[in-house]
Ligand binder design. Structure first.
Ligand code: SAH
Ligand code: SF4
Ligand code: F3S
Length: 466
């Protein structure tokens, strides 16, 4: 499909793909208006926000960090756990207050919460001040919705359809690292998870479009791309492609660094491992969520692997990919998780010695199968388990960082450190955060850094050359 150079929006009134020039059609409505954008959730949302930003700025909106002077507030929401949702409703309260005496203040709810029927209903009943609800599949429609809404007054709901979005433009947050969607949605239906309902079925982008996007990014000076999908190793099933083939094609663009999130342990093939090991520009870093170390819990989660299969895959990765770092996600307190089952999780953490782990207390999501499961484990016990788990996880994160002490490692320098402005920060190819003593000119480069201090969550080092 050939796309024109200007930013495009799909015209839904026509059956075929017709693209309209946003500047020509809409900018007279929005020029000079200010927008405030807040993003919650995972990398998918962070990347979607780059598309939203691009739309808004093409339409003539100007970014503001001060919500009080905004004419448009866009909340790109997350629904993964109850506290993510609570944060958004908390922020909506503030928006309602700001909107009280103003008719030029519009509120858009985007992202995963906009795909949840119960949320839509709640907003339509109790939060009538929200102007537009736009789902994760409908970003293409944002300009049209906005222009229509700025003339009308009722809540506009535009959510739920399955589109593959090609040719999207992004106002990328960074000039060094870039997110690249390779697929949308998830078909795994883990019983606790809302994502298959908010992001729809797995849809893969065309291999050539992805490779072209990466080549273009490389030409524009980007050093690193992250291939994004809810389970990237399922890439291509719907279009007769494979993730290993995609990885190889992306590696051949010659871009300095390639990583990908998230991998599902199910169906992670030997070929994928071989390709990762073969190409130097594919980073030796794999985020491989395990969720639980107990087979019965894994079965009830519908994770499609056993602890033995996970361990076998883990071992294979460690053997075949030199220096690979593996991180994971773990849920504690899944419905009726016994103490013994939890001990299996601690045990697998000890066996794997993960480089890092994101740990969560199970959060019930309405409409998912796990929400109907009986649960007699008190919250206090779940919290206590989380603490025990975190202690162990931190111990191994520290242990893996200690291995780098006094070593020289390659670090992609991303900018000035937020905590200490005399330092820079960046990441190793195993995604370890390093605070670096060095000159500002090295920002955007991969440089050699000597590590002189190792902590649980970061390393300190000094720049010693390119
Ligand atoms: N697609 C990725 C992860 C997406 S969500 C994968 O399958 O690995 C990120 C993490 O949030 C999950 O790995 C899981 O650990 C956690 N999570 C998802 N749903 C949750 C829930 N209902 N309660 C608590 N944690 C949850
Ligand atoms: Fe959710 Fe499972 Fe899909 Fe990950 S693989 S997004 S946890 S359903
Ligand atoms: Fe949240 Fe949606 Fe990502 S629910 S974690 S923003 S896919």
């Amino acid at each position: 499909m050939h796309l024109p150079d200007f930013n495009v929006a799909k015209d839904r009134t026509k059956k075929e793909n017709i693209y309209i020039d946003l500047k020509e059609n809409y900018s007279n409505i929005f020029a000079g208006k200010k927008y405030f954008l807040r993003t919650y959730g995972c990398q998918m949302n962070v990347h979607d926000s780059e598309a939203i930003r691009n739309y808004l700025e093409t339409l003539g909106f100007i970014n503001t960090e001060n919500i009080e002077e905004a004419n448009l507030v866009v909340l790109n929401t997350c629904a993964i756990r109850e506290n993510a949702k609570d944060k958004v409703f908390g922020f909506l309260g503030k928006c309602k207050y700001l909107k009280k005496n103003r008719d030029d203040f519009k509120i858009v709810l985007a992202g995963c919460m906009s795909e949840q029927p119960d949320v839509i209903e709640e907003i339509q009943k109790k939060h009538k001040y929200v102007d537009i609800i736009i789902g994760t599949h409908n970003l293409f429609d944002l300009p049209k919705l906005l222009s229509e809404h700025f003339k009308k007054q009722e809540i506009e709901v535009y959510s739920n359809s399955d589109e593959i979005i090609e040719g999207m433009n992004y106002s990328r947050d960074s000039k060094i690292t870039a997110w690249v969607n390779i697929m949308y949605g998830c078909d795994k239906f883990c019983t606790y998870c809302i994502v298959p309902y908010t992001r729809g079925r797995e849809r893969s982008r065309k291999l050539e479009s992805i490779v072209k996007e990466v080549s273009d990014l490389k030409e524009r000076g980007y050093k690193e791309v992250t291939l994004l999908g809810q389970n990237v190793n399922a890439y291509g099933k719907d279009i007769g492609e494979t993730f290993s083939h995609l990885l190889e094609c992306v590696a051949k663009t010659g871009i300095d660094r390639i990583r990908f999130v998230t991998s599902h342990p199910w169906n992670f093939t030997d070929e994928m491992i071989n390709i990762i090991a073969k190409y130097k520009n594919i980073m030796p870093y794999i985020h491989l969520p395990i969720q639980s170390g107990n087979n019965e819990i894994l079965r009830r989660m519908n994770r499609r692997y056993t602890r033995e299969e996970y361990l076998e895959l883990f071992k294979k990765m460690k053997e075949k990919i030199p220096g690979v770092a593996i991180t994971t996600d773990i849920i504690v307190g899944f419905p009726n998780e016994s103490e013994e089952a939890f001990l299996d999780t601690l045990d697998i953490v000890k066996k794997c010695e993960f480089d890092g782990a994101y740990t969560f207390i199970y959060s019930e999501r309405e409409g998912t199968p796990a929400a109907k499961m009986e649960d007699s484990i008190p919250m206090a016990e779940k919290e206590e388990r989380l603490q025990r788990l975190n202690e162990l996880v931190n111990f191994y994160a520290n242990k893996s960082n200690q291995k780098l002490l006094n070593k020289v490692v390659d670090v992609l320098i991303l900018g000035k450190s937020e905590k200490d402005s005399t330092k820079l920060y960046g990441y190793t190819d195993t995604m370890k955060l390093v605070n670096v003593q060095g000159p500002e000119e090295i920002i955007g480069n991969i440089v050699s850094v000597k590590i002189n201090e190792a902590k649980s969550f970061s390393l300190d080092g000094e720049y010693i050359g390119n």
